[in-house]
Design a protein around this ligand. Structure first.
Ligand SMILES: Nc1ncnc2c1ncn2[C@@H]1O[C@H](COP(=O)(O)OP(=O)(O)O)[C@@H](O)[C@H]1O
Ligand SMILES: [Mg+2]
Ligand SMILES: [Zn+2]
Length: 275
């Protein structure tokens, strides 16, 4: 069967040969007369099927452009390989009720992202290792990325590594530019908060300062931050040594959306034996 495109090509060839004024497919006139400064011109106009074809082409280019943009955003998001393809659709539910509750709320948050992200609402997900915290936040990140929302998916270790690399004179980015980038992105996924234990040593004071600075900037800018942690907010202070003022900000940023996932680790659930 001939495509519209090939029919159009054929028909324009015929038109040139036969000097026909009508489209052989839709019958619409392909020439219109116009008088400009007293001179009569015959202008080639598009018929319905050519317009349709042009629209199909435009849509195809737009889809391609969107796919390229999503790929680029995915690359920039720093989302780890393991979590690049997890989605709300391909996740298993119905095994752990507390996982399911958090999963549904996080999905809802994404479905209305134009309100939640814009208003800077955050989420604090905590629970033992392997219960699916990173998995849920990765589903969120992938959902938003597929809608071209720029996200950053990272943790304190990676942030501090990136900031420290700016101390190197060869780096093109300054420390402040990088901190601004982390502070201003519309949605930041902060994975595994509390992994680092803080005492009063000097190196950690710098990291405490960096953490506070970042959280405080996002708090002031009303930017949405999604945290995952093995620790409750209180334990961040009492067991992990994070400054109270930092945790106070986090608590306010995630007010009403602090969710605990209980249950046992799913770490082996996703592994299918290949031998
Ligand atoms: N609902 C789910 N469906 C499929 N795989 C899951 C689900 N929840 C977790 N997993 C997988 O189980 C493993 C552990 O989950 P993860 O989110 O990394 O745990 P946590 O961040 O709480 O330590 C990961 O490989 C993850 O992809
Ligand atoms: Mg995790
Ligand atoms: Zn036509």
């Amino acid at each position: 069967m001939k495509t519209i495109n090939s029919k159009i090509k054929e028909s324009s060839a015929q038109n040139t040969q036969n000097n026909e004024d009508n489209c052989p497919i839709c019958g619409q006139k392909l020439r219109r007369e116009a008088i400009i400064c007293g001179i009569k011109y015959s202008i080639r106009v598009m018929c319905k099927c050519e317009e349709h074809q042009q629209e199909v082409e435009r849509q195809r280019r737009e889809d391609l452009e969107k796919m390229r943009r999503i790929e680029k955003l995915k690359f920039l998001s720093l989302l780890g390989e393991r979590y690049k393809f997890v989605t709300f659709e391909n996740s298993k539910i119905g095994i752990n009720p507390s996982f399911d509750i958090a999963f549904r709320r996080c999905k809802k948050y994404c479905e209305i992202y134009e309100k939640t992200v814009k208003k800077g609402y955050g989420i604090y997900l905590f629970g033992d290792k392997g219960v699916g915290k990173t998995h849920i936040t990765a589903c969120m990140a992938n959902y938003l990325l597929s809608r071209c929302v720029p996200v950053l998916f990272t943790n304190l270790f990676e942030i501090s590594k990136a900031v420290k690399s700016t101390f190197n004179r060869e780096s093109s980015e300054t420390e402040q530019i990088l901190i601004e980038k982390f502070s201003n992105i519309d949605i930041l996924f902060f994975d595994d908060l509390g992994t680092e234990i803080f005492t009063k040593s000097s190196g950690e004071t710098w990291l405490q300062g960096l953490l506070f600075d970042l959280i405080n900037k996002r708090y002031n800018n009303q930017k949405a931050t999604i945290f995952s942690s093995n620790y409750s907010l209180n334990s961040l202070i009492n067991e992990r040594g994070i400054m109270e003022k930092t945790v106070d900000r986090i608590s306010e940023m995630t007010n009403g959306a602090v969710m605990k996932i209980t249950g046992s680790s799913l770490r082996n659930m996703s592994k299918n034996s290949i031998f």
